[in-house]
Design a protein around this ligand. Structure first.
Ligand SMILES: *Cc1c(COP(=O)(O)O)cnc(C)c1O
Length: 344
């Protein structure tokens, strides 16, 4: 890995971050807060939330087994994705390399930040070829984007190929593990200590059932996290979100139960769709959705919309011709989907 100073934009490396009123007094007991120009009425909403989200990080650290100082919390993973560009890529000069197909936000954020976005196709079976990915990198490649299990393909990328990329690349490798709770593969977030150039993304939006909260995580070395933290908006995670996240983290076994139910439903839905004449292929899934190739994706999509059932049409996505991406719902939602497909 190159020196972090070399990978960080110079203006960001030199940045003196905004200092919040409440950061300046250091944790001694206080009961009269006259430092932040808050309104003294309308508690608890009158107070600014903890800018460093220390309590949430403490509980998350326990549940996810990542040291507190290695956790960044963002307004969804999307904030962390955008921050990777803002912290580590020079617009118009640097570039990022990503697999294709994958999650759309890596490219959107590259475009917003005016950073060149290079794609390397996955193999036809959606597996990763590390050598081809590395061959697309040059001296100005600062970031590599991997997503495992990948969206929209559903498969976990081969572990040895990911490790090859992490070990060989001089810049930062982001592994988006938004769907890792649904996968039997070991999570890369548990290997941060061995890989100083690794950044792992997680989210509360999928297995944790909290998409409305907008809470995403980045896990990385303390040095990387410190840079992201100094660039973020001071109060990026609001009080209600922090509070509800703590509530969720108190009972992680409830999430395990949801995941187990969803995985059972996933196999049931796969078995049922496989029997349908319109089904050409179901790709293996390590996530809470399946990618299904059908005879006529757009016709099937529109038919389902007419029945009030919305799936994702991935027909125009690279390597996903004729494919629908179907999220696994509750048993009765899945029943409705299957009934509709049977009578098409
Ligand atoms: C859904 C998803 C996310 C979640 O993004 P949030 O902003 O945290 O809701 C992140 N990465 C991938 C690949 C996803 O599919």
């Amino acid at each position: 890995m190159k020196e972090l100073k070399e990978l960080t934009r110079q203006n960001i490396w030199n940045l003196a971050p905004y200092s919040c009123a409440r950061n300046e007094f250091s944790g001694r007991n206080a009961s009269v807060y006259l430092d932040a120009n808050e309104n003294p009425y309308n508690g608890p909403y009158n107070r600014y939330p903890d800018p460093l989200q220390l309590e949430v990080k403490k509980q998350l650290s326990r549940v996810k087994r990542v040291p507190e100082e290695c956790i960044f919390l963002g307004n969804g993973s999307d904030e962390a994705i955008d921050l990777m560009y803002r912290c580590f890529t020079e617009p118009k000069i640097d570039n990022a390399v990503a697999i294709e197909p994958t999650y759309g936000m890596y490219k959107v954020c590259a475009d917003i930040n005016d950073v060149e976005y290079r794609t390397v196709s996955l193999n036809d079976d959606f597996s990763l070829n590390a050598d081809r990915l590395l061959a697309a990198c040059d001296d100005h490649t600062k970031l590599i984007w991997l997503c495992s299990p990948n969206n929209p393909t559903g498969n976990a990328l081969n572990r040895d190929e990911i490790l090859k990329v992490i070990d060989a690349f001089e810049g930062l490798v982001v592994v988006d593990e938004a769907y890792s709770d649904f996968s039997s593969q070991p999570a890369f977030r548990l290997e941060l200590a061995q890989h100083p150039n690794l950044v792992v993304l997680n989210t509360m939006s999928k297995a944790w059932g909290c998409a409305a909260l907008r809470l995403g995580m980045a896990y990385a070395s303390k040095d990387i996290i410190d840079i992201m933290t100094k660039v973020k908006y001071p109060y990026n995670i609001n009080m209600l979100t922090q509070r509800q996240a703590l509530e969720m983290l108190r009972d992680p076994y409830e999430i395990d139960k949801w995941v187990r139910t969803i995985l059972l439903e996933r196999s049931r839905v796969i078995d049922a769709i496989r029997m349908l004449p319109l089904c050409r292929k179901i790709y293996p899934s390590d996530a809470n959705f399946i990618l299904v190739e059908v005879d006529d994706a757009s016709k099937t999509y529109n038919y389902l919309v007419d029945k009030g059932i919305i799936v994702r049409n991935r027909n125009n996505v690279h390597l996903c011709n004729g494919c629908l991406r179907i999220t696994i719902g509750t048993k009765s939602e899945n029943q409705e989907l299957l009934a509709a497909l049977r009578t098409m």
